[in-house]
Design a protein around this ligand. Structure first.
Ligand SMILES: [Zn+2]
Length: 251
């Protein structure tokens, strides 16, 4: 598979050492990863995301308050978020709703999520969304807020909702979880996603499927697995997701 490759979602700031991150980024460059979306999750890591993007032109910075990190949203966080977004071309993320085991305070989650969707819309920035077990409510909010382009990162929702979400501006990013042959619902969602809205991601530094290289270079394995599920050449999917990623980020 030849580059350029697009990694729709990672957290490069989470590498435990500078050396580990450096090695992962070198491997990514060798693999042809030309753009990757590095997602902040709370005000405490936005500066690190900004620095990583300044050091490496392949890194697209994203700033947001994640639903698991609400406690870190001290008064003034939203104004601070806006100031980070205004400093560089960037996306809003990672933001979202979580009804799973990590869920806390659904009302505050919604308030924080909606405020960030509105900020993304006001600034004309795409948004990167985390959604777990709250698909019905997510659909209601997206309809009501009508944001600009947004992606569901590591999409895990039903295939049946994809057409409607796509009509509202959604992109669908699939992670290495598609390598798990037991995840039939997920593989069905991959097959049902509109091709012009397909993206793929590593969520580096994490990698939760056996045989999946961690780091943004692991996008090669994710693309190969997707190619097998879709019965299409991996090279075609890498070109498609590159074009989709460029359109999504406006790069
Ligand atoms: Zn993430």
């Amino acid at each position: 598979m030849k580059g350029p490759l697009f990694d729709a979602h990672d957290h490069l700031q989470y590498y435990r050492s500078e050396a580990g991150r450096g090695a992962a980024l070198r491997l990514a460059a060798e693999a042809g990863v030309e753009l990757m979306l590095c997602n902040g999750t709370n005000p405490g890591d936005w500066e690190a995301v900004l620095d990583l993007a300044a050091e490496n032109e392949r890194v697209v910075p994203c700033f947001g308050l994640h639903p698991w990190r609400l406690k870190e949203g001290a008064p003034g966080w939203l104004e601070r978020l806006e100031s980070f977004l205004l400093r560089v071309p960037s996306c809003v993320g990672e933001i979202g709703l979580d009804g799973g085991k990590n869920a806390a305070d659904p009302a505050r989650q919604e308030g924080v999520f909606i405020a960030q969707l509105r900020l993304a819309k006001k600034l004309g920035r795409p948004a990167s969304i985390h959604c777990v077990r709250t698909w019905g409510r997510m659909l209601e909010i997206i309809k009501e807020e009508a944001p600009g382009p947004f992606m569901f990162h590591s999409y895990g929702g039903p295939a049946e909702l994809e057409a409607e979400f796509a009509s509202l501006g959604a992109y669908f990013s699939f992670s290495g979880a598609i390598m798990d042959v037991k995840r039939e619902k997920l593989r069905k969602a991959l097959r049902a996603a509109p091709p012009e809205r397909l993206l793929f991601e590593t969520e580096a530094p994490a990698a939760d499927a056996p045989g999946w290289r961690s780091g943004p270079a692991g996008i090669v394995e994710v693309l190969s697995a997707a190619a097998a599920v879709l019965g299409r050449p991996a090279g075609e999917l890498s070109e498609l997701s590159w074009a989709n990623g460029k359109r999504f980020t406006g790069r």
